[in-house]
Write a new protein. Structure first.
Length: 382
């Protein structure tokens, strides 16, 4: 195979597919990027067997300046290819592959030769079911990922909790993530065609969702489809394939409290900063615990009984109603939860020092959607 291409465009698409390349794998070919050159253009593929990213550069793309002389397929080492193309001296790159799969990369006076692998040996990707695609609100969907993904577990002992669980409703999409100590849930409205349901509930690995949120541009049209235990996202000229996580996701609805004994309304950003200050000392202790006390028109954050020192800070609040309360929690979990709301007023509802606390936006959406909620399990102290 042989082609010339604009270096900037080529580098950009190498970077996109490289996100799926594993840092460690027993399947050596997955350390490479597959280049498949047809008369229509070049397809680049990177994969770690769980997530695959495919990018297409068309000959009709004027900016890419793609000129194909000979078609073919090859797999080249991803990291090395990326570094070489990035540092080439001119804007035009030529790649010429001989029958032994040796690739000669030329730009200006620079010439590299890399030993590649026959592209036919690379794992095949699943077919896309075009008819059953759902169009997603790209910007809102990305925000939903960022507001929930941090609560997904990192422990492989319960693989299903290491992903984001998506539930498709009649006119909305719900995302849930939990590591059993905390829970994040966000609902977004979704316009579906009549009888269009490509799934009811699925769980997608957090790496897939994280990479998607990073590379899909806000203004792109993003589609999603499910086929053969795979989720497939498509935007612009890029397709992301990912396996789905198997197993039954816990029934998280029943974890969300429906009653309240104490309610506190604070500015999320101000409260976050106060907890950040308190965590300077909690991180120095053995337990990493911050205490919150609500009593007699006073709200106080504190870290006490720490080997290194103590801190107490009276908190500004909008309102505090209900029973007096003393509760302890992990400040890092609380900071993640507050950060997801931004600079708005949040309502924190408590039932007892040992039952989960519920955070939600004070301003309720006029629609039926419970847009964003965060649930935190307190830490029991003696």
């Amino acid at each position: 195979m042989k082609f010339t291409i604009n270096r900037t465009i080529f580098t950009q698409q190498i970077n996109n597919v490289q996100r799926a390349i594993p840092s460690k794998t027993t399947i050596n070919i997955l350390y490479g990027i597959k280049l498949a050159v047809s008369e229509q253009g070049i397809t680049l593929i990177g994969s770690d067997a769980d997530i695959s990213i495919e990018s297409f550069i068309a000959t009709s793309d004027d900016i890419a300046k793609l000129n194909i002389e000979k078609t073919g397929e090859i797999v080249l080492p991803a990291r090395l290819l990326s570094e070489i193309v990035k540092k080439l001296p001119t804007d035009e790159v030529e790649i010429d592959v001989d029958e032994r799969f040796t690739a000669t990369i030329t730009s200006g006076n620079a010439e590299f030769q890399i030993i590649g692998i026959n592209g036919n040996e690379y794992p095949r990707l699943p077919e896309i079911d075009i008819e059953n695609q759902i169009v997603l609100p790209t910007l809102t969907f990305k925000k939903m990922i960022n507001q929930t993904i941090f609560a997904a577990s990192n422990q492989e002992s319960r693989p299903v909790l290491t992903g984001i669980h998506l539930v498709l409703g009649e006119n909305f999409l719900t995302a849930v993530a939990t590591d059993s100590h905390r829970l994040s849930q966000r609902q977004i409205p979704l316009q579906l065609e009549k009888e269009q349901t490509c799934f009811e509930a699925i769980t997608i690995p957090k790496k897939t969702m994280s990479e998607l949120a990073k590379i899909v541009p806000d203004e792109s049209e993003l589609t999603m489809s499910v086929a053969n235990q795979q989720i497939i996202f498509h935007f612009d000229q890029i397709t992301i394939y990912s396996r789905l996580l198997e197993g039954n996701y816990p029934a998280t609805d029943r974890l969300i409290p429906t009653t309240t004994e104490t309610e506190l309304v604070v500015n999320a950003s101000d409260f976050l900063q106060a907890i950040d200050r308190a965590s300077l000392l909690s991180h120095e202790g053995k337990n990493n615990i911050v205490h919150l006390e609500i009593d007699n028109n006073k709200v106080e954050l504190s870290v006490k009984g720490n080997e290194i020192g103590n801190v107490a800070e009276e908190i500004n609040y909008e309102s505090a109603d209900g029973e007096a309360l003393k509760i302890s929690f992990n400040p890092d979990y609380m900071k993640d939860a507050l950060r997801s709301f931004g600079d708005i007023l949040v309502k924190i509802q408590f039932n007892s020092p040992v039952r989960p606390m519920l955070l939600s936006s004070l301003e309720k959406n006029e629609s039926a959607y419970n847009e964003l909620i965060q649930l935190l399990t307190p830490v029991r102290t003696h």
